[in-house]
Write a protein that binds this ligand. Sequence first.
Ligand code: PGA
Length: 249
Amino acid sequence: MRQTLIMGNWKMNGSRAESQALAQAIVDGLEPGDQGIAVCVPFVYLSDVRSIVESTPVALGAQNVADQEKGAYTGEVSAAMLKDSGCSYALVGHSERRSYYGDSDQSVAARFCQAQKEGVTPVLCIGETLEEREQGQTFSVCDRQMEAVIEAAGIEALANSVIAYEPVWAIGTGKTATDEQAQEVHKYIRDRLAEKNQEVAENLQILYGGSMKPENAKGLLAQPDIDGGLIGGASLKAESFLGIYRSAS
Ligand code: PGA
């Protein structure tokens, strides 16, 4: 049985005070027995949020991680630093990183490996643009993005990771993939991985991301191969984030 994971991606939003207040409101909204919830916080606020979510079920994550271990890489944040700051997760290959900052498949794979080496679980984000979908390339894009990681890390490494399928055309646009569209790709991803390693594929959490909200979460999360959500906009308010979290249970 795969556990559901609802993960917020705060992106470049909020002040220190707002980050603390949001984290506190999420913690306050939890009920006994809750688990499978995480927030990916801007680097500079990781410590502030850590002190609020520590010893609660809310796991801490970063939105990126360096592709190198340490040294002269000005502006980068290493996996060891994330571990040291209390992170359990790090996003790698978010489409905004790929498209605005040139994160290539190879650099995403290197980030994935760095995170794992430090015991930070990488959340590998994959997904096609609208143009790629219209050209029938949805599956081949997901294949290419996964293959780069499998080549670098090996299929077994996916056992200690999470995949987030995020169709780029659905991110921040209000256009969600239908339940069927999302399930189709999630199933494809799992089937492809099962060809290489059945056990890894069966146990892997595959999250959906792209305009997930309390109103559409239930249908998406009810799909057999959707194991949770990576939530941007709707994770910036505790009420909507927890609304999504509740619709998973
Ligand atoms: P969104 O973002 O929920 O605002 O569409 C999701 C993401 O980019 O992770």
